[in-house]
Design a protein. Structure first.
Length: 312
């Protein structure tokens, strides 16, 4: 069977996949490895439409499910994901083959005026697709108008350029991987805009029994990235959240100490909880769990319940 690597078909996904394809081709000394584009539910319909189709329940794996199915069926041998899109619990039979070194995890502001976030005039229209970003924008700048923004990076930039918005907030990593980092007006301080858990990390998933490929993928697997992402995803998993829940997390390593910052915010921006914990790099999942439990004991559960009840 041909060696196929599954990927979504957006310009960003293909750019990311081409880089990983080149690495795996060198590692395995196999010029026959190819990319296989798999269209996911998230590529076909919006998250809101998907939730309506499922009776209002949050859709887990909106951008990963079809890739998982292709992997488990043997149609592809590996799949490439933005780790922030991967559900906190992997499907049975699938494991991470490698987590690649993280690109800048911060969110980026692109404003047509060239003004930074703190200098945007009151009433400016800021577009975002993320409840997490919406909540933090409203908390820091309640005088701005936050408007919905869907589509891939190219679509979002086009909407901005067509004068429908004054500014947009997107992940810096996507712009960097597309070579469009010069369009960034400002990289937002995590104290104002904490990124999504595992933002900026690319993941290669493989079947649980593919020991040969797991061994071959050891060189590109970045251990500090895996430690930080492990803490952030454990935080999200303990909160039982998905990519649409207004939760942010960012871990960092200094020596043997692992620090984890978290945020949970109501989408109206009026309730914002920010806490952080420290632990040992040897136990990243425990640090994520501990921070999540602290949040739940200090008001986070009410925010999450209200978010679910109103069906954001």
């Amino acid at each position: 069977m041909p060696f196929l690597i599954g990927t979504r078909g957006s310009q960003l996904a293909l750019a990311q996949a081409q880089g990983i394809l080149a690495q795996i081709t060198v590692l395995l000394k196999d010029d026959g490895i190819k990319l296989e584009v798999v269209k996911t539910l998230g590529d076909r319909i919006s998250a809101k439409e998907a939730e309506e189709d499922s009776g209002g329940e949050p859709v887990v794996g909106l951008f990963t499910r079809e890739l998982d199915e292709a992997l488990l069926s043997g149609k592809i041998r590996a799949a490439i994901h933005s780790l922030k899109d991967v559900p906190p619990v992997l499907p049975g039979g699938i494991q991470f083959g490698a987590l690649l070194k993280r690109v800048d995890p911060r969110d980026a502001l692109i404003s047509k005026s060239g003004l930074k976030f703190s200098d945007l005039p009151a009433g400016f229209r800021v577009g975002t697709s993320s409840p997490r970003r919406e909540a933090q924008i409203k908390a820091a700048r309640p005088d701005l108008r936050v408007l919905p923004l869907r589509g891939n990076v190219d679509t979002r930039l086009r909407v901005l350029n067509e004068a429908l918005l004054d500014a947009i907030v997107v992940a810096a990593a996507g712009l960097i991987r597309l070579g469009r980092e010069k369009e960034i007006t400002e990289l937002l301080n995590p104290m104002v805009m904490l990124p999504a858990p595992a933002q900026g990390v690319l993941a290669v998933t493989i079947r649980q029994d593919d020991h040969e490929l797991l061994e071959a993928l050891r060189p590109p697997h970045d251990i500090p990235t895996a430690i930080c992402a492990g803490a952030e995803r454990s935080f999200l998993r303990t909160l039982q959240g998905g990519c649409r829940v207004p939760v942010g997390a960012l871990a960092s390593i200094e020596g043997m100490t692992l620090s984890l910052k978290g945020v949970i915010a109501h989408t109206d921006g009026k309730q914002v909880l920010r806490y952080d914990h420290e632990g040992l790099i040897s136990y990243p999942e425990k640090l994520g769990e501990d921070l999540a439990h602290f949040f739940l004991k200090n008001g986070a559960q009410a925010i999450l319940n209200d978010y679910d009840r109103k069906g954001y």
